[in-house]
Write a protein that binds this ligand. Structure first.
Ligand code: C2O
Ligand code: CU
Ligand code: CU
Length: 483
């Protein structure tokens, strides 16, 4: 097997607004050619060979106590150094020294309490993305933990199973904090999910994908809107290989990138059976050749590696955006194995869609093209935490029509507190993979998505925003008040 030496991070000069759309490639190239490379871009040279490191298994955090029917955890946010590239040390902002953060496994109906200690020199706020939580536990942008301080987060876990994730959300800092490592998975299960014969145990694997820009010393480079984040990391390792048995695996894909959109496919265009999305299992599995995953989105797929002879090496590709991030990782089929798992044709019952009681529109837009101080807007306003942008009646089920008003820049849309349903994409029924519960939805340039959300869990103030974190940090965020 030939491995190709790659230069990482040697991308375009990282100026202006970040574009990640495939449609933007010609524009990107033209811009790159026209502008002189910055010293940073020239110097970027941390190198790694493709498929030389094994895919790390993300550790599962052990509770310090399980007394009283509650799982209690202690986590320290701290700086850590990791050898991401052979011989180089990368400084990271971590949960408990792990990159990505340790996985927390939770069960519906069983509360989790986490003591988060912040020993970093920046404010943080720990948000549990996709969860229905009281406002005080949501990890809101202004509800931060100061350097040296700590606080408890209590998660009631009343909602159905879902592959949730947690990440920093401190106002204006979230983009850099998440980029530097403050993100991890929170896998909530329930009886309904566990009763299914899906692949389990070591055949149920988290695959957290994100991009990054490293300099020649292996240090992470953070610049708002950086288009040179062209190194892909899987569970914290660059372009790893993963040795699999020739049988079915459940792969929990998550896009933890700051703003990269992925379109994942196997290099042989082999089938992937999508079984879940942000808010847990789909009603029915859906066989796909590729799937989109924008920043913050998750998708569970089952891949049956028994269709490949032992010895097969199969690359997982990304076919969206710049070609330098066109490969993600490689599956190496190394041994035959028994397989007792299967994917039932009916996976779950979705909660009913009540008759909607209100309709609203939301417009996402940011300054496009050359701009000295580009801003990003939600309904033409920059985020102001003093302002309530939408008032929602507690118990209401609403239709929100969300439009990306940009011609060249993709966005996505994330609502805190709720798992919603996508009713329409550009006036048509959504693809099967978008028919389950979602908390984040992709909007390519010019697209409109109609979604329905029911606000019947908690009252209070919650944000909604584009989950391309450079955009939300630039203002593409707003507040809804449920009362
Ligand atoms: Cu992933 Cu406002 O959150
Ligand atoms: Cu969230
Ligand atoms: Cu955006």
């Amino acid at each position: 097997m030939v491995t190709r030496r790659r230069v990482l991070g040697a991308g375009l000069a990282a100026t202006g607004v970040g574009f990640t759309g495939a449609a933007l490639l010609p524009a990107l190239k033209a811009r790159g050619a026209a502008s002189a490379p910055t010293p940073r871009a020239q110097a970027a040279a941390a190198t790694v060979e493709l498929y030389r490191v094994p895919m790390p298994k993300v550790p599962v955090l052990a509770p310090v106590s399980t007394a009283g029917g509650t799982d209690t955890y202690e986590v320290t946010m701290r700086t850590a150094r990791k050898e991401i590239f052979p011989g180089l040390q990368t400084e990271l902002r971590t949960f408990d020294g792990h990159f990505p953060g340790p996985t927390i496994k939770a069960r519906r109906g069983r509360p989790v309490v986490i003591r988060q200690r912040n020993t970093l020199d920046v404010h943080t706020s720990v948000h549990l993305h996709g969860a229905a939580l009281p406002q005080s536990e949501d990890g809101a942008p202004m509800d931060t933990i100061a350097p040296g301080a700590e606080r408890l987060y209590t998660y009631p876990n009343k909602q159905p199973h879902a592959s949730l994730w947690y990440h920093d959300h401190a106002h204006h800092l979230e983009s850099e904090n998440v980029y530097r490592g403050l993100h991890g998975s929170y896998l909530l299960t329930d009886d309904e999910e566990e009763a299914l014969p899906l692949p389990k145990g070591e055949h149920d694997v988290l695959i957290g994908i994100r991009d990054a820009h490293f300099d020649a010393t292996g240090a992470l480079v953070y610049q708002m809107g950086d288009r040179a984040r062209s190194t892909l990391l899987v569970n914290g390792a660059p372009y790893p290989y993963f040795e699999v048995d020739a049988r079915s695996y459940r792969l929990r894909l998550a896009n933890c990138s700051n703003q990269r959109i992925l379109q994942l496919r196997l290099e042989d265009d082999g089938d992937m059976v999508q079984i879940g999305s942000d808010g847990g299992l789909l009603k029915h599995p859906s066989t796909v050749k590729s799937l989109y995953l924008s920043s913050g989105e998750r998708a569970d797929v089952v891949i049956d590696f028994s269709r490949y002879p032992v010895g097969t090496k199969l690359v997982l590709k990304n076919t969206f955006g710049n070609a330098e991030a066109g490969q993600v990782m490689r599956f190496d089929v190394v041994r035959t194995a028994e397989d007792e798992s299967s994917v039932p044709s009916r996976l779950r019952a979705l909660p009913p869609l009540p008759k909607p009681t209100a309709e609203r529109t939301v417009v996402l837009r940011m300054d496009e093209g050359a701009h000295p101080d580009p801003k990003a807007y939600l309904d033409e306003k920059v985020y102001d935490h003093h302002r309530i942008d939408q008032r929602v009646r507690f118990g209401a089920s609403e239709i929100w029509t969300v439009t990306n008003a940009n011609g060249r820049i993709p966005h996505n849309f994330h609502l805190h507190l709720v798992q919603f349903r996508v009713l329409e994409r550009n006036g048509k029924a959504p693809a099967p993979g978008e028919r389950g519960l979602k908390d984040t939805v992709l909007l390519l340039p010019g697209e409109t998505v109609k979604l329905q959300a029911t606000f019947d869990t908690y009252q209070g103030e919650y944000v909604y925003h584009c989950h391309m974190l450079d955009h939300s940090a630039m203002g593409m965020m707003a507040t809804m008040k449920i009362a």
